[in-house]
Write a protein that binds this ligand. Sequence first.
Ligand SMILES: NC(=O)c1ccc[n+]([C@@H]2O[C@H](COP(=O)([O-])OP(=O)(O)OC[C@H]3O[C@@H](n4cnc5c(N)ncnc54)[C@H](OP(=O)(O)O)[C@@H]3O)[C@@H](O)[C@H]2O)c1
Length: 404
Amino acid sequence: MSEIRGIAILGSTGSVGRNTLDVVRHLGAGYKVVALAAGRNAALLLEQIREFRPTLASLEDAEAGQELRHEAARLGTRLVTGSGSAIQVATCQGAQLVMSAIVGAAGLRPTYAAVAAGRRVALANKEVLVVGGAAINAAARRSGAELLPVDSEHNALHQCLRAGRRSEVRRLLLTASGGPFWEREAATFAAITVEEALAHPVWDMGPKISIDSATMMNKGLEVIEARWLFDMDPDHISVLVHPGSVVHSLVEYVDGSLVAQMGSADMRHPIQYALTWPDRCPGQSRPLDLTDLPPLCFYPPDPARFPCLGLAYQALKIGPLAPAILNGANEAAVAEFLAGRMGFMDIPRCLTMVLERAATDESVPGTHGEPGVDDCLEADRWGRETALAAHETLSLPRQGETGR
Ligand SMILES: NC(=O)c1ccc[n+]([C@@H]2O[C@H](COP(=O)([O-])OP(=O)(O)OC[C@H]3O[C@@H](n4cnc5c(N)ncnc54)[C@H](OP(=O)(O)O)[C@@H]3O)[C@@H](O)[C@H]2O)c1
């Protein structure tokens, strides 16, 4: 690579954002941070401005931005603040690659702007494709923007797909850890408590993603993400439970070859892959010691105990906006579960009711024509409201009662 690659980071103060800056430090000359976008963490953003001297920075929290403006200008960085300011970072001059690592649906508009502007986008944020997959793909087709996955399973698939032609791919196999309840008896699922669902045996994650991992909705959202990222028919995307999480995902080719990607669980690996693609550069994470691994075990998913996975496939069949509806409904249902107002198995029951309505109700938002970002966000909102209404009006059994 001869010229300097300019990088803009959406969500620079978060976990993926900070890891991205660490990778840029490691890569050194050849990569330049030209713009940073953060939400509220003004102190960390200022530290990052001091170190990387980007030309542009944004802070969503306008009040916190006031204190920063003068110092940022002194350092040669133009600071923009307030709602939507990350869009300027996403489309700023000199950024060949945009890292999309704002958490949640707030990342959709800036990422869409980067894609529409034809930028190469490294995508960490799942919700961008789960909620806005149809709109993002349509914008990428128009602008020619490339999407490079950072989520470790999708990054693994991207790597495995380099082993053959697209016409030679039979299916994508996403691996799943199975979450904390993989070995738990079906009869006890209705009694699962918030505390049990939050206590993941391996990962220490935020509450929403911990519950998604426990219901396996997280893998369902990843199936949706894979459908849009690789433009793959959902019937050709499978999930394999692999509690060891050593194989990050696999591609099955028509000749029966399975190509897998393995590696240590270090987010800097997929981040660096996306930053340097199509080149590979020496990395910071240690390669796996294959002589020191536990046996690699794989199991089919269990739809009876984990119906959320099947609901993700169902949403993809209903139409382009049903995944956004499912996402909104799931966020609302998980919040109800965390607040102690909904039982664990009520989550899939509630989502089933929302999808049944989405499949039959003509008034569901954005079911006509090619959906835009506003349609996607409206569908997500409709999903939230419909889930809450379903939970309220249909007298679901309380937590602790016998499940279906
Ligand atoms: N962490 C991982 O290992 C990992 C792995 C794969 C995929 N992902 C996905 O990557 C995304 C980021 O994850 P994360 O763990 O880095 O999250 P995180 O640590 O919570 O960081 C979120 C970032 O988004 C910023 N932000 C939030 N709302 C914003 C808004 N309205 N406008 C501008 N910036 C906003 C935050 O800014 P402030 O902190 O300044 O408020 C922060 O920089 C998520 O979608 C996650 O699912 C994460």
